[in-house]
Design a protein around this ligand. Sequence first.
Ligand SMILES: Cc1cc2nc3c(=O)[nH]c(=O)nc-3n(C[C@H](O)[C@H](O)[C@H](O)COP(=O)(O)OP(=O)(O)OC[C@H]3O[C@@H](n4cnc5c(N)ncnc54)[C@H](O)[C@@H]3O)c2cc1C
Length: 344
Amino acid sequence: MSSPATQHDFSLRALNTFGIEARAQAYLPVDGADTLRAVRADATLAALPRLVLGGGSNLLLTQDFAGLVLHMRGAGIEVVGEDEDFTYVRAAAGENWHGFVQWTLAQGLSGLENLSLIPGSVGAAPIQNIGAYGIELKDRFHELRAFDFAAGEVLTLDRAACRFGYRDSVFKHELRDRAVVLDVTFALPKRWQPNANYADVAQALQEKGFSDAAQASARDIADAVIAIRTRKLPDPAKIGNAGSFFKNPIVSAQQRDALLAQHIGLVSYRQDDGSYKLAAGWLIDRCGWKGKTMGAAGVYEKQALVLVNHGGASGADIAQLAKAIQDDVMLKFGVALEPEPVFI
Ligand SMILES: Cc1cc2nc3c(=O)[nH]c(=O)nc-3n(C[C@H](O)[C@H](O)[C@H](O)COP(=O)(O)OP(=O)(O)OC[C@H]3O[C@@H](n4cnc5c(N)ncnc54)[C@H](O)[C@@H]3O)c2cc1C
């Protein structure tokens, strides 16, 4: 097995949506398991710390990376089977997520429309169980294949094995730094069932003339989601960001009631287990952070949950701003905010 040809002192600036300059000691594009087997067989490369990189849209690079960046580039989408209820579609880790969703819609397959326009790759989507507008990846997930660096084998994991949670999965715990997702298979329901439970989506459909969301097609929902996201979120090609910077904190019913008594208008959503999810953006906004800047790092003026790079911010600048926001929210509400992007 020949040693993979890595590039050295490689700039990651174009490979993260914050647009932050940081350099990787070594960089290698990966198109499948064979490249990973070759890395594992090479004593020098195998000894390096690894960073698996997709679209870099959920990362904060706070320093240069003294290790090997494995950039997932594998391509390919195919229908791999069907039964009475589902069509099964497999996509390689390096496929662009939004491009993949649009491909399914063009084939007349529905189920992923609410997840339109989320940046990044297919392979990263299970890592934090991406979600938006009432749907999470786990709702359409069938199985995935991943290369296990510890065993040197390709594993197949079903939904239970992935242990999906809110912006969470086994890949952030036991399989962290161990499993590299190679491809993901989705089970797309044959029975069309629009999900317009989110007020924004329902309103956008109404504006398009649908008196009943049940009459909307998957394409209509996708177009509504794309329009809402384009209006609300900064385009990383124009202003560096990683989407929502903090997870929505989960608190007990007791804590939520106590907060509500003190803070009129507190936005919260009841969870199945009786706990409440608080809108982190509302908490940050109430602390007066919306539109504020600290040097070149800032809080997006239309959405307090999104931190932005106004140009030339370092990862440390963004991290410092995030820390100041966390401290304020803790002081005012007694609630801990946890960042969503991975800090490197
Ligand atoms: C404008 C904007 C809007 C966003 N909106 C949403 C949203 O609505 N919902 C949502 O959930 N997220 C959202 N995000 C966050 C982000 O798009 C998702 O988390 C996405 O899945 C990250 O994909 P990526 O390929 O860019 O991952 P990267 O940033 O490259 O990596 C993220 C993490 O996954 C790991 N990883 C990547 N690929 C693999 C792989 N193949 N195998 C193993 N580990 C891997 C990395 O090591 C890292 O830990 C948004 C981001 C932006 C910039």
